[in-house]
Design a binder for this molecule. Structure first.
Ligand code: CTP
Length: 417
């Protein structure tokens, strides 16, 4: 890629990716501004960490403006208030830690495990892939000590974007120029492209509540926010899956990369939409809080209070998950949810069997922070293993983290799960 991105697709190639951009003290730090702009233009969310000496080459304000996020360069966020920069949080936040430019000094610190500035602390805390783009004078670059650092870092899994050859700030000519921002961006795009373990997988997810009309203004519904299902859809799409998200009435934006969203309102509509796509899916996740009953006779006019019948006759809605289980094909994986008000293990097991599921996720309203109205959830997953079952209980986590755990479990991305 050279020059400006041509298509909307290329523009959005990093949509939803979280990149920690580390900048160290090199004259090439000015190029980081272009790099930051390229990454954000392609949809990445970028947070910048600078070493103190990098701030002498380019101002944090420039970077903060370009990435629309505060820049971190100090362990203390606000000296008067005594707040500190949580390097662990930054290290865990990123999907990629890109250090560009990376000086010989920082490479050496990475090798030795030194922790003398925030950037080094973030490096030590990062669980994601680390990519460095070295920049220095030719003799520094070819020096055995630097080459040794590069060798060791590569051995440890750090991805190296080799510097380019050409005129250097010292006046010398040779290897050591920071690679051009466009080329670095290309490497970042390629990294995300190959690290998509769910590319080619089709997944259908139901999420949110349904609303079963009583009349033109009233309905039977529930308090589901849709957050859990949307977090699952987002995580799957981030890992490359082709996601069809069938969503009840919620006020949530479609997560980046989710290609198809079908908005439905009633259990019947949810059933129709899901059963159309399920036969072609590799996996299905039923996260919707579907109303099990609907008024037998709904009117499209508003019933005034003095006209209201004494009783509203109800009938069952179609059970989408049970229908998916009934026609499940060889190789298809199916996950359902069981929301219970107390223990509920037995009831969850009943759903695993009764609906022919591979996984059932139990969440209990009695647990603090679990269920509908929170950003967190606490789940126990029961997995079918041949004729037996395995159970795994997770801590209280954000719904996004729970989504990671569940997706890892369905697709066995992380072996320890
Ligand atoms: N489900 C569905 N269609 C329905 C009802 C439920 O797809 N009409 C799915 C939900 O998305 C969830 C699971 O089935 O994954 C919940 O199972 P269910 O037996 O309906 O649980 P509850 O709604 O809690 O019902 P019960 O009162 O029987 O526990």
């Amino acid at each position: 890629m050279t020059g400006k991105p041509e298509s909307q697709d290329e523009m959005q190639s990093l949509l939803g990716r979280r990149i920690v951009l580390g900048i160290t003290g090199s004259i090439a730090a000015y190029k980081s501004a272009f790099l930051a702009r390229e990454l954000t233009r392609r949809g990445a969310e970028v947070r910048v960490v600078m070493t103190p000496s990098a701030t002498e080459f380019i101002t944090p304000l420039t970077l903060a403006t370009l990435v629309d996020n505060p820049v971190h360069s100090d362990f203390t966020e606000n000296k008067e208030k005594g707040t500190w920069t949580n390097h662990v949080e930054l290290g865990l936040w990123g999907d990629l830690f890109l250090i560009a430019p990376c000086t010989a000094q920082t490479m050496s610190a990475m090798v030795s495990g030194a922790c003398e500035n925030l950037l080094q602390a973030v490096y030590l805390s990062a669980r994601c892939t680390v990519m460095i783009a070295p920049a220095m004078d030719v003799d520094m670059f070819t020096n055995a000590a630097t080459q040794n650092s590069l060798y060791t870092l590569r051995e440890r899994g750090v991805e190296i974007i080799e510097p380019a050859s050409g005129p250097l700030a010292s006046g010398l000519d040779g290897m050591g120029r920071l690679e051009e921002p466009e080329i670095i961006t290309e490497r970042v795009e390629a990294f995300f492209d190959v690290s998509l373990p769910l590319k080619g997988k089709n997944v259908v997810i139901t999420a949110g509540p349904t609303q079963e009309p009583i009349d033109a203004v009233r309905y039977i519904g529930n308090r589901s926010s849709g957050k859990m299902g949307f977090a699952l859809a987002g995580r799957l799409a981030d890992l490359g899956a082709d996601v069809v998200l069938i969503a009840g009435p919620v006020s949530l934006p479609t997560p980046p990369r989710v290609q198809t969203r079908i908005d439905i309102s009633t259990a019947e509509e949810l059933f129709e939409a899901t059963m159309k796509v399920w036969p072609k899916a590799d996996a299905g996740i039923a996260c919707a809080a579907v109303a099990d009953l609907k008024p037998k006779r709904a009117t499209d006019k508003k019933i005034h209070k003095d006209e209201f019948p004494k009783t509203v006759e109800l009938e069952k809605t179609p059970d989408t998950l049970a229908a998916m289980g009934e026609c499940k094909l060889e190789g298809q994986l199916l996950m359902g949810f069981a929301l219970e008000t107390n223990d509920g293990l037995e009831s969850a097991m009943g759903k695993l069997e009764g609906k022919n599921l591979d996984f059932v996720v139990l969440n209990t309203l009695a647990d603090d922070g679990a269920g509908f109205s929170h950003d967190t959830n606490k789940v126990t997953v029961i997995k079918r293993v041949g004729v037996n079952t395995e159970m795994r209980s997770f801590e209280l986590k954000t719904k996004k983290e729970v989504a990671r755990d569940l997706v890892d479990m369905i697709f066995q991305i992380n072996n320890e799960v």
